[in-house]
Ligand binder design. Structure first.
Ligand SMILES: [Zn+2]
Length: 134
């Protein structure tokens, strides 16, 4: 990871001293403050209710004629900060490879993007009728 993929945060000294005590004693093999804190955060994220995670905004990139790649941060795990999901355009609908559905929140998100609406309108596909004019 490059340095711009890191950020800093100020934490209470008292709390950090607790962490340092753990490191000093070699509890569970933690080697650094960062290692301990990262794991603590991941554990916390796992305990958040599904409804909360699903409110995290989806992000998109790589829009093309065939579909959109959507980043879903509610599907983060210990290996990544989210899962990349492909939503494919078809003349009659859009299809999400992750949910295997044509009406999940990834599809709804994809169809809400102005660039996607433009592509679909230009193609004159049936699916354009599902897109609410705004
Ligand atoms: Zn989906």
């Amino acid at each position: 990871m490059s340095t711009d993929e890191y950020t800093t945060v100020r934490l209470p000294k008292e709390l950090m001293e607790e962490v340092d005590k753990i490191l000093k004693r070699g509890v569970m093999g933690y080697k650094s403050r960062a290692e301990f804190i990262k794991e603590a955060m991941r554990e916390k994220l796992k305990t958040l209710p599904r409804e909360v995670l699903e409110q995290l905004p989806l992000e998109h990139f790589n829009i093309c004629d065939e579909g959109v790649r959507v980043l879903d941060r509610s599907l983060a795990n210990e290996h990544s900060r989210g899962r990349i999901i492909d939503v494919y355009f078809r003349p009659e609908n859009a299809w999400c490879e992750y949910c295997e559905l044509t009406d999940c929140r990834h599809v709804k998100f994809a169809l809400s993007l102005p660039e996607v609406r433009k592509i679909i309108r230009e193609k004159g596909w049936e699916i354009r009728k599902k897109i609410k004019e705004t």
